[in-house]
Design a protein around this ligand. Structure first.
Ligand SMILES: Nc1nc2c(ncn2[C@@H]2O[C@H](COP(=O)(O)OP(=O)(O)OP(=O)(O)O)[C@@H](O)[C@H]2O)c(=O)[nH]1
Ligand SMILES: [Mg+2]
Length: 249
């Protein structure tokens, strides 16, 4: 009788001051009933509120919890890149990324994994049929609407939710896109990876998710971060179109 090996999934969660959210979130993920063997990698930028210390204490007891602490290197973008590079060392079949603040529902991780054999990247989307964006104020919804349409039509990515940070990649996709070459420091990393995977010809699928307002703690999205994200997206077209064409010749 042959015993089939369980596939491996690593969930990468960037954190900065998420002390109130992180332990309940980790517990929910660990208690999911799924076929895959799941590990969680928290990428914490030495949060002053002790997020890293809380995760570190749990990691002593739970072998599937891992912590990457970065000192003096703030940024959602570089945290994502470093997290993916570290996650690839686990030789995973799948890598999932999600926020720590319960905007992304841990119960929906199995839906992402279910689709991951049919394509290369599965995006948890608010804007396909069945997707929802609830409890957020009208101002945030308006910003999301404007940013998403600007990026979608400017970069011409045929994806409805280009700023979704709840996604599942097949491990080999992230091996192939050369993570070290990515340039984003802030949240534009979400679009930079999406754009690069799209230009590289990977198959992308969107499935509906429910996105909610953060449960506790404060947003890190300031006006400065928003403007930096927009200006970086403006540069993305030149940056990656040119370099991918060069690789092909
Ligand atoms: N490691 C690290 N994580 C970060 C940094 N900035 C944000 N994050 C994390 O990235 C995720 C998304 O950040 P949020 O502040 O929730 O940004 P947002 O989702 O656009 O805004 P809100 O949900 O309204 O707060 C969260 O898990 C944050 O803790 C950072 O500089 N370093
Ligand atoms: Mg959030």
């Amino acid at each position: 009788m042959s015993i089939e090996k369980r596939k491996k999934a690593v969930v990468v969660i960037p954190t900065y001051n998420e002390r109130e959210n992180i332990l309940p979130l980790l517990s929910k993920i660990l208690n999911l009933t799924i076929e895959e063997e799941i590990s969680i990698l928290v990428v914490d930028d030495d949060s002053p509120d002790g997020t890293g210390a809380a995760v570190s204490a749990l990691a002593q007891k739970e072998k599937n919890i891992h912590l990457l602490t970065r000192k003096g290197k703030r940024g959602r973008g570089t945290a994502g890149i470093d997290g993916f590079i570290e996650a690839l060392k686990f030789k995973p079949d799948y890598i999932i990324e999600m926020d720590a603040d319960f905007s992304h529902q841990p119960e929906q991780i199995p839906y992402l994994l279910n689709e991951a054999d049919e394509c290369d990247v599965v995006i948890g989307s608010r804007f396909v049929k069945g997707g929802r964006d609830i409890n957020r104020n009208i101002g945030r919804k308006l910003i999301t609407f404007l940013v998403r349409n600007f990026i979608r039509f400017y970069l011409k990515i045929p994806v409805k939710d280009v700023s979704s940070g709840f996604r599942c990649f097949r491990g080999d996709v992230l091996e192939k896109i050369d993570l070290k070459s990515l340039k984003s420091v802030g949240p534009s990393i979400v679009q930079e990876i999406l754009y690069k995977t799209y230009l590289s010809g990977f198959r992308i699928k969107e499935i509906p998710i429910t996105f909610k307002k953060r449960k506790a703690g404060k947003t890190k999205l300031t006006l400065a971060v928003l403007l930096e994200t927009l200006s970086f997206n403006w540069r993305l077209k030149k940056l990656w179109r040119a370099s991918i064409k060069k690789e092909e010749t």
